[in-house]
Design a protein around this ligand. Structure first.
Ligand SMILES: Cc1ncc(COP(=O)(O)O)c(C=O)c1O
Length: 389
């Protein structure tokens, strides 16, 4: 077991050691309880505050009373309940696709979809900053993987030009990049895909519920009606619930039901989670007020950080990276902020490239002005102390 000890020591010496230190004692929200203290939370993907919304809670409780706690089996055995089918119809209608299929998380959606759609004779073009679940799905598929520099359409085109020997070409990108908060050039990707007969898959985990007039995601935000073959999403972020999905034409759903091992060989999502997700879609579809609050808060906080001299790394969204660089300093900054009543998690390699450690700040629709002002004050104090600003 020496190798485990040695690896843990290495992680500690390089400032890459991770531990489950922070425990949220009550429900999720803009302000949470940690160690008995009220702490301003700026680290959550609960962008619209739905994780503790009364309608999601009520839906879950009613579903437990009516359907019980577990589904008892995988969808293809006897775990296909009416709530699964209803939620999939709601997703398809929300995303304006022909159909949708649930997965047990966004992570398994990427693994299941990519590894069933692509195989040894295919090539995948994947943005270098795509989420780890896309990277893992690509590895599992056995396909040739060409990772193009972040959003570099010239290199992507070069790769596509040289891909004639492969059976299928698939371009995969995050919609909004999870650690940088910038938006993928999806319009250009769709254009290239048409030119070189490639499929397009967009992981809209962070844009769903947030981007676009009706919260449909990057496609709505960019005014794209077609050209994307598969949209991946999750209920675990702005929708405040849990579970992933893939949306596309009916035959893709049929194909995945038959081929995606991450769908086939696992017990289906439980009724309470499905009911919360159904409630969440309804709220998000009519959630213009929530999105207005989110964008107002995001704008305010970004301006505050920029005015103090923090580098927010080209964020174009509600995900606001605050650049630190050094791993140890990133951890120190996160700890200092927490001591002052603000929780922001530090993000280090391998989640981000070496030398690019940062704090990943997320302001939500439910933060109050006084929370943001207090958090900005603390950022200023800590940033100055550490020589970051
Ligand atoms: C871009 C992206 N895709 C997929 C996932 C995984 O989603 P889930 O948390 O539902 O597994 C995440 C986040 O965790 C993500 O950031």
């Amino acid at each position: 077991m020496n190798f485990i000890h040695d690896e843990l020591e290495r992680l500690k010496s390089e400032g890459l050691y991770r531990e489950l230190r922070v425990i949220i004692e009550g429900e999720q929200g803009g302000v949470v309880k940690i160690g008995g203290r009220e702490i301003i939370l700026l680290s959550s993907n609960n962008y619209l505050g739905l994780a503790s919304h009364p309608e999601l809670k009520r839906a879950a409780i009613l579903a437990i009373e009516r359907y019980g706690c577990g589904s008892g089996a995988s969808r293809l055995i006897s775990g296909n309940m009416e709530l699964h089918e209803r939620l999939e119809e709601d997703i398809a209608s929300f995303k304006k696709t022909e159909s949708a299929l649930l997965f047990n998380s966004g992570y398994t959606a990427n693994l299941g979809v990519i590894s069933s759609i692509c195989g040894k004779e295919d090539v995948i073009f994947s943005d270098k900053l795509n989420h780890a679940s896309i990277v893992d799905g690509c590895l599992l598929s056995g396909a040739e993987v060409k990772r193009y520099p972040h959003k570099d359409m010239d290199i992507l085109e070069k790769f596509l030009k040289n891909s004639s020997g492969f059976k299928k070409r698939v371009i995969i990108t995050d919609g909004v990049f999870s650690m940088d908060g910038d938006i993928a050039p999806i319009r250009e990707i769709v254009h290239l895909a048409k030119m070189y007969s490639a499929m397009v898959m967009v992981d809209d985990a962070h844009a769903t519920g947030v981007f676009g007039k009706n919260g449909r995601g990057t496609t709505e935000h960019l005014g794209l009606d077609n050209g994307i073959d598969i949209i991946i999403g999750t209920f675990s972020k702005a929708l405040g619930s849990f579970g992933g999905f893939a949306a596309g034409v009916k035959e893709i759903r049929e194909f995945l039901i038959n081929r995606a091992r991450g769908f086939i060989y696992t017990t289906s999502l439980p009724p309470s989670v499905l009911a919360s997700s159904i409630a969440a879609i309804k709220i998000v579809e009519n959630g213009h007020g929530l999105r207005d609050s989110l964008w107002k808060n995001v704008g305010y906080f970004k301006e505050g950080l920029k005015n103090m001299g923090f580098d927010i790394m080209g964020s174009e969204s509600h995900i606001i990276p605050v650049f630190v660089g050094d791993n140890h300093k990133t951890v120190e900054m996160s700890q200092m902020l927490l001591r002052e009543g603000v929780f922001v998690q530090g993000i280090r390699p391998p989640t981000v490239p070496p030398g690019k450690s940062r704090l990943r700040v997320t302001v939500t629709a439910v933060h109050r002005m006084e929370d943001m002002d207090r958090a900005l004050e603390v950022f200023h104090k800590v940033g100055k102390k550490l020589g970051i600003i």
